[in-house]
Design a protein around this ligand. Structure first.
Ligand SMILES: Cc1cc2nc3c(=O)[nH]c(=O)nc-3n(C[C@H](O)[C@H](O)[C@H](O)COP(=O)(O)OP(=O)(O)OC[C@H]3O[C@@H](n4cnc5c(N)ncnc54)[C@H](O)[C@@H]3O)c2cc1C
Length: 138
């Protein structure tokens, strides 16, 4: 990723972007340890940049930007799935949804909830609790 491209990304995300080496290293892992036998085939999983979008509009701009510059985007929730899905194998940008964790809509007529991508189950369950509802996790 060249400097010009990095500057454009910085303009999009101001202080919600990190090029810091240590921080990027942390985003090269999920909750699980990668089996040693697989590691040599995967290589480095450290992204070039990490961003934390706050709005849908920002995400749209990011996706358009990434398509134009052919930069890979890897979405990341809380990295708890443990199957390597959040590892940025193609480098590029990790999109950390940590700041997008609100409930958007609760439809009581059909018991459906629409939430932002970074919302965790515990918070959703608390929100539902205010309406006397709960999640039905098995
Ligand atoms: C202790 C423990 C117990 C669990 N028990 C259960 C269980 O009982 N039942 C069950 O079903 N699961 C269970 N899980 C799995 C759990 O559901 C997942 O870990 C969790 O849902 C993943 O959410 P995450 O935000 O951490 O996703 P991540 O691990 O961050 O991401 C998972 C995948 O989704 C992709 N992704 C993330 N955000 C987006 C986005 N906005 N758009 C598109 N793709 C995206 C990532 O790139 C990755 O490929 C358990 C996990 C743990 C650690």
């Amino acid at each position: 990723m060249n400097l010009n491209v990095k500057i454009q990304l910085k303009e999009l995300f101001s202080n919600r972007i990190s090029f810091d080496k240590t921080e990027r290293k942390l985003y090269g892992h999920d909750i699980a340890a990668m089996p040693g036998i697989i590691k040599p085939f995967i290589g480095s999983t450290v992204p070039e940049v990490v961003v934390q979008p706050e709005t849908e509009e920002e995400l749209v701009s990011l996706v358009k930007w990434a398509a134009k510059h052919k930069v890979a985007l890897t979405p990341r929730g809380e990295a708890t799935s443990g199957y390597g899905g959040v590892l940025p194998l193609a480098k590029g940008v990790v999109v950390d949804f940590h700041r997008m964790k609100n409930l958007i809509k609760l439809n009581l007529s059909d018991n459906t909830a629409t939430a932002q991508a970074g919302m965790i189950w515990e918070k959703l369950d608390r929100e539902l609790g205010k309406k006397g509802l709960t999640l039905r996790l098995l």
